[in-house]
Design a protein around this ligand. Structure first.
Ligand code: FES
Length: 151
């Protein structure tokens, strides 16, 4: 589970749900400022392991964590750029990715109701096809999105 920004509560909740059904769950917290990481005490209660990393370090840290834990699924909740990175790493390590498609950064002005188009993401392999994350997601399989064409 990879999280950045205000989505940490969602990440902890998913870790707890996964562990409740017998899966192991590791949390990778991404932040530029150490003060913006997840609450470590609460995170360690929710996950089997917690890793703190700055944004540039996500690909290497996630690749190492996914390989050492033989993760089957990589989850991402945070900015679209984080979802793109997690989807890319998942493809490289042979895992499935389930990622947030909504622009969850602080500057995004989104309707959340399928009206504004701010969350449109291009589908991989389909030139003129888009997925509207708020109404078709918000969680999407990372390999279905063409992240290179995502705004
Ligand atoms: S957030 Fe407006 S259409 Fe999805």
């Amino acid at each position: 589970m990879v999280t950045e920004g205000a989505a940490a509560a969602t990440a902890r909740w998913l870790c707890e749900r996964l562990r409740a059904v017998g899966c192991s769950a590791h949390l990778l917290s991404v932040a530029r400022d150490p003060e913006q990481h997840v609450d470590l005490v609460r995170a360690r209660r929710s996950a089997d392991g917690v890793v703190l990393v700055e944004p540039p370090g996500v690909p290497d840290a996630l690749t190492g964590l996914a390989q050492s834990t033989t993760a089957a699924v990589l989850y991402a909740v945070g900015p679209v750029s984080l979802s793109a990175t997690v989807a890319q790493v998942a493809g490289q390590v042979g895992a499935v990715s389930q990622v947030s498609g909504l622009p969850l950064d602080d500057t995004a002005a989104v309707c959340g109701h399928g009206l504004c188009g701010a969350c449109d993401l291009p589908l991989a392999g389909r030139r003129e096809s888009w997925v509207r994350a708020c109404s078709d997601g918000p969680v999407l399989r990372g390999d279905l999105v063409d992240w290179g064409r995502a705004g």
